[in-house]
Structures are given as structure tokens and as C-alpha cells.
Design a protein around this ligand. Structure first.
Ligand code: ZN
Ligand code: ZN
Length: 346
């Protein structure tokens, strides 16, 4: 706030607000001043606010949110209050601006994003728990794959096993894509049936204590279709190169380039249609992005996915994804499910 000459910061994004205060009620805004913080919410969440953020001053609004924000801002005679435009609708910005007069609302993009990008040890521990639960559930469910099972049945079983182990939810809608459906990077689980010779792409993760994990594996039912063999080996080699490049000081774009280069040398780079990875934490996709156009360098404490993939319409796709923590001198892969081709036959 000091660097951006702000007298206060209004945080309306629920996840940012949780990060700052520990309160994750559906209704709320946090107003952060240099020496105190307000949590503005409604009566339904008064008790929750007192329990989860006892140090923040609760403002229980009875009228519209903007009115309560305006009143608090004016009471402190704040000059400039920062607001992240990425998380506030245009109409809400206009309403807030009016309600805060004569204080001014200033656009202050990405302050929280930059704070959340490096994880502290307790955050890493939560991501590790989320990874362990996702992996344990996968190990159980993969043994139950049967011919005739649908993608949806498999996804449901995986979700149930994660919940039984203590996840509050999946970290995003689980992707189970059989055969040709796997060529859509964001396919959802549908009614396709698993057959002998199916390649099944599974992209899943768990949410534990608000933090998320994100993995992808491709399993082959009974046998490996010949076309998938080369695709798989290429993606696995690209992923190894990507993980190898993860270390402090490495440019985001350079990590992407390392993996992409492997696919280029093997003539498959045109089928790699997305960035190499993304940060994860309280959100499933957060900063940084490991992609060609992404600017910045890795720092210790960042947690990113490394997930190259190749997709051939009508044939299918292969993606392999693990979660990686940047350490002081390299990286630590937080997920360790087998991924050697021969071990993927179920
Ligand atoms: Zn994923
Ligand atoms: Zn991912």
C-alpha cells in the first residue's frame, strides 16, 4: 500500500479475503488500513467473522455493501483506497466509487495475487495434504476400473474417495475422458464407456483446508493403443525436462520452453496447445503461469503444476501433470504417483 501510495485497500474477492483474514463467508469485503482491518459482512456471518477473524473489526451491515464500505472509508477520511479491478464488476466499481466520495478509489491490480504467489510452510503443508488425499483416492479407484464403467462413474468414485479421506471437495470438476474424448484438454466426465484398449485421461485434485492439488494421469485398460505409446513417451520426456528446469531464478517462459523443446525435437509440439503449467494454492489456477508469454522468474515457495500434453482430434490426448514446489536450490515434486508407461496399464 505504501509503495502504491494507498491509504487503504478494499478486498472484495472472497479468496483474497480468506487469505488476509481467515474468514470465508459468502458475503463480505475486507478494508485494510495501515494499522487495522475491517471485515464488512451481514448478520448471517457475524458469528463466523468473530470466530475466524477475531482481530479484524467486524462491521455488520444492514443496508447495501457499498453503503457500509463508504461509511467506514469516510469515517477514516482516507484519500486513496485501492481496489483490484479484476475482482470487482464495472457496475460495482461505479457504485463503490460513488459511496466512498470524497475518498477516491484507485485501481490497484494484483496486490493480493503477488502476495499469494509465494507460499509459506503452512500453505505448502496444506497443498501436500491435498496431494496425498488425491493420490490415495486415485490408487483405490484405479483398481476398481472395469470394462463397461462410464467416465461419470469413475469420476464419482474418485470424488467419493477424496471426500472420505477428508477433502472438503474436489479442487475442480473432475475430468475423466475416454479415448477420443481425451483430445479435448477440458473435457468433463460423461457417459462414454471404458472398453478394453481404452486410454483414459483423468485430471483431478482435492481441496483440503482451502488448498488444492491438481494431477493428471492417463491409464490404459488392458493394453496400450499403439498410437498412444509414442504420444505418452514424448509427453513424459517433456514433463521431465520441464520439472528439471524448475528452480529459483528460472524464467516462467524458459521452463515452458524446456518442455516444449522436447516435443519440438520429437515433432509433436504443434499438438501441445496450452501453457506448461500454473500456480496453485487457494485457487486451482493462480499466478504464476508457466507459458511462452509469461513474464517473471520462479522464487522459492512458489508451487506450480508441470503439465505438458498433446492432443490429436479424433484420436485422443495425453497429459501428465504433477505439482512442484520451488525450493532454495531446485524443486521438490509434491506428487509421486507412478507414471512410467508400463505401469499405466490397468
Ligand atoms: Zn489438472
Ligand atoms: Zn492444472
Amino acid at each position: 500500500m505504501e509503495r502504491k501510495h494507498l491509504d487503504g485497500c478494499l478486498v472484495t474477492n472472497r479468496v483474497d479475503q480468506y487469505y488476509l483474514t481467515g474468514f470465508d463467508g459468502e458475503d463480505g469485503a475486507a478494508l485494510v488500513l495501515p494499522h487495522r482491518a475491517y471485515l464488512i459482512t451481514d448478520g448471517r456471518f457475524a458469528e463466523e467473522a468473530a470466530i475466524h477473524a477475531p482481530w479484524a473489526r467486524a462491521v455488520i451491515r444492514t443496508g447495501p455493501l457499498a453503503e457500509a464500505v463508504g461509511k467506514t472509508v469516510r469515517r477514516h477520511r482516507l484519500g486513496r483506497v485501492g481496489l483490484d479491478p479484476a475482482h470487482t464488476s464495472v457496475s460495482m466499481q461505479a457504485t463503490l466509487r460513488k459511496a466512498c466520495r470524497p475518498s477516491r478509489l484507485a485501481s490497484a491490480p494484483r496486490i493480493l495475487e503477488q502476495m499469494r504467489i509465494v507460499k509459506d510452510p503452512s500453505e505448502v503443508a496444506a497443498i501436500v495434504r491435498a496431494a496425498e488425499i488425491a493420490q490415495a483416492a486415485f490408487r483405490t479407484v484405479v483398481r476398481r476400473i472395469r470394462i463397461g464403467m462410464t467416465e461419470r462413474e469413475l469420476a464419482t468414485a474418485l470424488l467419493l474417495e477424496m471426500l472420505r479421506r477428508g477433502a472438503s471437495d474436489a479442487s475442480f470438476p473432475i475430468i475423466v475422458a475416454e479415448g477420443p474424448a481425451s483430445s479435448l484438454p477440458h473435457a468433463r466426465a460423461g457417459d462414454r464407456k471404458i472398453r478394453a484398449g481404452s486410454a483414459v485421461l483423468i485430471d483431478w485434485g482435492a481441496t483440503v483446508d482451502h488448498y488444492r492439488s491438481d494431477l493428471t494421469r492417463v491409464v490404459f485398460v488392458r493394453r496400450i493403443p499403439p498410437r498412444f505409446r509414442r504420444m505418452y513417451q514424448n509427453v513424459l520426456a517433456a514433463q521431465a525436462a520441464g520439472i528439471e528446469a524448475v528452480r529459483p531464478g528460472a524464467a516462467f517462459s524458459q521452463v515452458d520452453a524446456q518442455a516444449r523443446g522436447v516435443l519440438r525435437r520429437r515433432g509433436m509440439h504443434k499438438a501441445f496447445s496450452h501453457g506448461l503449467g500454473h500456480g496453485l494454492g487457494l485457487d486451482i489456477h493462480e499466478a504464476p503461469r508457466l507459458a511462452r508469454s509469461s513474464e517473471g522468474v520462479l522464487e522459492p515457495g512458489m508451487v506450480v503444476t508441470v503439465e505438458p500434453g498433446v492432443y490429436f482430434p479424433g484420436v485422443g490426448g495425453v497429459r501428465i501433470e504433477d505439482d512442484v514446489l520451488v525450493t532454495d536450490n531446485g524443486c521438490r515434486v509434491l506428487t509421486d504417483l507412478p507414471k512410467e508407461l508400463d505401469r499405466m496399464v490397468v
